[in-house]
Design a binder for this molecule. Structure first.
Ligand code: PMP
Length: 291
């Protein structure tokens, strides 16, 4: 069965799914997106992703031409049409087609795209053994420039960071803000474990408020762990007992080395394993049913 893509209310094939070269999403990165996962026919945290999409839209004054409920239904129907039970969903809303100038008033209607695709997972050994990461020179966008809480189509800073990671021969990167405080990975949030307590940077340092991050904080509270949102420097990473990344794509992934410093004993730690497993259980037992 061939891939079906939602494009402005129509279900089209991948070959038919085209946008204009005058779309401001392409011309200016003027738009927003989401990345979701479907596990065993259930969309994980669908309402939360739709809520974040509408919050991103509100922040950039982008009118999404459908209600939240219609957006939820469009996601369910797109997954159903693809008839696959374990997939990745990429939702994109661009400012739409306009003139060549940046003024968004030339764009009559936002363009809504929902892509359902097979997920290319990290290799299993990344989860077993953990990953080596580096801090990068490219700074995370400042909250007073464009808040990273807006999941916007402007990911060029993250792309530059990823290029640095690749050139360093590492598998992940940690971005700092302009003050040198730890923000997040290139497309994942970060947690640090020290003396049994979990720490993660607060949103005001400049991070995407990840839905996996929120989920881990909820699981931590459920399971009796203390979680603190705390401003951290590289030093806090170097002396951490454990570190892990979280994201819809990566799920929970252990970090075992930062800038050449082994974290803990250089192997994924027990608390990290707890959350790898707790998250896997949750994604396999909850979610918005499609079929
Ligand atoms: N930070 C950034 C910059 C991201 O792009 C993402 C999404 N891949 C995340 C964090 C993780 O967010 P979520 O848990 O909602 O997928």
């Amino acid at each position: 069965m061939s891939q079906v893509i939602y494009l402005d209310g129509q279900f089209v094939t991948r070959g038919e799914a085209k946008v204009s070269v005058y779309d401001h999403g392409l011309l200016y990165g003027d738009g927003i997106f989401e990345g979701l996962r479907v596990y065993n026919g259930r969309i994980f945290k669908l309402e939360e992703h739709v809520e974040r999409l509408y919050e991103s839209a509100k922040a950039i004054m982008l009118a999404i031409p459908m209600t939240r409920q219609q957006m939820i239904e469009a996601h369910v129907e797109t997954v159903r049409q693809n008839n696959l039970r374990d997939v990745y969903i990429r939702t994109i809303v661009t400012r739409g087609v306009g003139s060549l100038g940046i003024d968004p008033r030339s764009c009559a209607r936002a363009c809504v795209i929902i892509i359902v695709d097979t997920i290319s997972l990290y290799p299993p050994e990344f989860y077993q053994e953990g990953i080596k990461v580096v801090t990068v020179a490219t700074r995370r966008t400042a909250v007073d420039a464009l808040s990273p809480r807006v999941k916007s189509l402007n990911y060029l800073g993250n792309v530059m960071a990823k290029i640095e990671v690749n050139r360093a021969g590492a598998f992940g990167g940690i971005m700092l803000n302009n003050e040198g405080y730890v923000t997040e990975g290139t497309a994942d949030n970060i947690f640090v474990v020290k003396k049994g307590v979990l720490y993660t940077p607060p949103t005001h340092v400049g991070i995407l408020q990840g839905i996996t991050r929120d989920t881990i904080m909820e699981l931590a509270m459920r399971d009796g762990y203390t979680v603190r949102e705390q401003v951290m420097t590289r030093h806090d990473l170097f002396v951490a007992d454990e570190i892990f990344f979280t994201g819809s794509g990566a799920e929970v992934i252990p970090v075992i080395n930062v800038d050449g410093r082994s974290i803990g004993d250089g192997k994924p730690g027990a608390i990290t394993w707890h959350f790898v497993n707790a998250y896997r259980t949750l994604v396999n037992t909850t979610g918005y049913p499609v079929f």
